[in-house]
Design a protein around this ligand. Sequence first.
Ligand SMILES: Nc1nc2c(c(=O)[nH]1)N[C@H]1C(S)=C(S)[C@@H](COP(=O)(O)OP(=O)(O)OC[C@H]3O[C@@H](n4cnc5c(=O)[nH]c(N)nc54)[C@H](O)[C@@H]3O)O[C@H]1N2
Ligand SMILES: Nc1nc2c(c(=O)[nH]1)N[C@H]1C(S)=C(S)[C@@H](COP(=O)(O)OP(=O)(O)OC[C@H]3O[C@@H](n4cnc5c(=O)[nH]c(N)nc54)[C@H](O)[C@@H]3O)O[C@H]1N2
Ligand code: SF4
Ligand SMILES: [Mo]
Length: 738
Amino acid sequence: MSAEKTPNAGGGMPVIGYWAEKTISPDGKKIWEKLFHKSACLSCAWGTGGQKGGFVNEDGEILQRCAKSVEAIASELQPATYFEQNYTLPQLQELNSQAANNLGRLSHPLILRAGSSQYERISWDEIYQIAETAFRKPPQRLASYSSGRSSNEAAFLLQLMMRSLDSNNLADCSDLCHAASTVGLKQMFGSGTSMVSLESLKQADCVVLIGSNAPANHPRLLNELIQLRDRGGKVIIINPTVEVGLVKFASPAYPIKSMLAGGSDISSLYLQPIPGSDVALFVGIQKSLIAQGLIKQDFLKAHTEDWENIIKHAENTPWEEITSTCGISQTEIAIAARIIGTSSGVVFAWAMGVTQQENGVDNVFSIANTALLTGNAGKPGAGTMPIRGHSNVQGFGSMGVTIHLKKEIQQTLEKLLQRPLSRIPGYDTRALITAAEAGEVDTLICLGGNLYAANPDLNQAKRALGQIDTIFYVATKPNLGHFHGLAKQNTIILPVFTRFENPHKTTTESGNNFVRLNDVGKTHLENGDLISEVELIVEIAHRILGDNPVNWRKLQDTKYVRELIAKTIPGYEKIGKIDITGEEFTISGRVFNQPKFGTSTGKAKMFVTTLPKLDLPSKVDFGVAESTPGIVLILGTGRSYSQHNTVVYKPGDYYRGMPHRNCILMNREDAEKAGFSEHQQVTVQGDAGKLENVEIIFGDIRQGAAMMFYPEVNVIFTAKIDMRSGTPAYKRVPVFVY
Ligand SMILES: Nc1nc2c(c(=O)[nH]1)N[C@H]1C(S)=C(S)[C@@H](COP(=O)(O)OP(=O)(O)OC[C@H]3O[C@@H](n4cnc5c(=O)[nH]c(N)nc54)[C@H](O)[C@@H]3O)O[C@H]1N2
Ligand SMILES: Nc1nc2c(c(=O)[nH]1)N[C@H]1C(S)=C(S)[C@@H](COP(=O)(O)OP(=O)(O)OC[C@H]3O[C@@H](n4cnc5c(=O)[nH]c(N)nc54)[C@H](O)[C@@H]3O)O[C@H]1N2
Ligand code: SF4
Ligand SMILES: [Mo]
């Protein structure tokens, strides 16, 4: 059923080819220097790199850098851009994501003034003058957005500045990402992050990987799965699409046993549920575990609350309802349950297929319920593991860049600021867009990211940002947001150093709760006028807030920021000594190797998860006549192999057989039923717009489901929102294809 020319394993020679191409290129020497620089990898949150050298993972194993790291480094090593001299705004607005990124590195500050159609250079003095006026607006009308590439130190300072200004409007990319995991896990276990360390993962004999395309987005996780299969363990994949690298993966870390052998087996069992139906599948697994006598009653009694209701719910939910909702047979569910129930340590790991759903928090609950029913939490080799996105996105949450501030952090900050923090709830990312659209935001600072293109309904995002007077985009490279997400008065782009260029040390936190120390570095932008994120925030804060009660100027030295972090952030005590010891560490209170959790009772709380009602709109709902030939499908929107979020590095996706960005991956039977052939061009209509001339590619994707790439596709839909976490349902977008 798969596309004509897709490879039969993930990873493999194309990866080696890419390494060779980049590292032997004229920039090769610079890339190697950065690969060996003592700092955490820029790309994903798996946490490779740090003090033991660029190639070392958290367990001290070598050869753990992947091609995605090279991709990210190469992109930051581009020469300086002077796009303001060569392009007018209308020309910049014609560029696609890749072309915008390929303009080069931002190396001097720029401003686009109201009425002008040209970005121009601006001095730092004038920037600070504009900032002094812009940040003196009423606190409710100030907001920040951030993305997880910056350091813990910059993140801590950002929230300290915003809260000192009495604003809790700290939107973050995690609101579009793992918010459902954080909200769900906190309620269950009293801690919102993974409870599994890398060391603990190595003791598992089963991994259930749900809604993750790790071969592309967390490649070194595949090394763990290869090792697990080698020691006789099992991997269950739950994903509506067969991602080739989840079936077989050729890892360069194992040249002989994996590369030369044409790849190592990854999945032992591959289940393809209906998009958005994971709760039904997990309730089914629970029901089957009960029927097969594989529940750990003693564990439930001793370490959990409300387990009886979970069992009752599973028992009372009819099989018919379960299988019709998730589209997986009772037999297959029983096989999955048997594997989970008879393994000695199961890690449940998940990514965006789980969280970017209207019932994202319920998805997380249903997975964690399954872990608890089988005693797979609170012991080595088992537990719940959200696979985090950006390399320091989790650190942002830890540092208090969130609208759900921990009590302990609030209290310490109140002591520091010698007054109560504002109790007015802040805007998360979606709320920020809504407020901006209503004209309720005057000033926005974006610490990295691409607020415009990361959101659903790009026309709405553009309108909303256009209502804000002043936007500061703190960035390393130009992106679509800088050209489409324009403020009413002043749009300002501030160029900053990357993690391996900062003149001071910084730290970052991996998805496995491990804190990395990043050494000082140098930039290749010799004639640039860049600043460090820390210096920038401190300077703005100093000018607006003075030097009392916080001595902002002193915080230019990140050592003092780390001292503050040590006093303020639970579990981060060791960071206070890291400048002396150089010792990277696991944050305390997060990894549960004993069934004593972070809740007030020490027990895990379980929550009943109702099955979702997965209705499909009809053709007529898309404003077309019932007689129009075509098909309604559920679109999952996500990443191609060669992109990092909104930044496209290369157009196609080799592993899915999709040659360019304007493709839709479809099931052959669906296409034929609708009268389409492969490579035919169709229109894909959502509830907010349409894309035309989209090429059909046949792939191994479940019937009724389809897949397209963001950010381009974000123009056609509004997305439902998970009410409990604010996460948009990017993975269940109804579309009409005709
Ligand atoms: N190279 C690279 N690395 C990255 C990123 C990048 O863009 N490029 N982005 C980073 C970030 S911020 C993040 S959040 C992560 C994202 O990492 P992922 O979550 O792996 O990325 P997605 O492309 O969103 O794909 C998620 C998977 O969910 C599946 N899926 C869709 N719908 C469902 C469903 O209903 N149920 C289930 N079970 N599965 C479903 C899709 O088929 C797809 O395989 O990666 C991080 N790392
Ligand atoms: N349809 C759809 N939409 C989605 C998703 C999806 O799966 N489908 N995924 C969502 C998810 S999971 C996420 S996380 C968001 C991502 O949303 P964002 O995090 O907002 O977007 P990015 O594309 O990662 O941001 C890229 C920009 O960050 C800047 N940058 C890079 N490094 C640094 C640095 O060190 N410092 C600073 N200051 N700037 C830097 C560069 O200028 C670059 O252009 O998108 C979301 N949107
Ligand atoms: S797995 Fe993630 S952290 Fe490790 S090298 Fe690859 S992109 Fe970097
Ligand atoms: Mo993300």
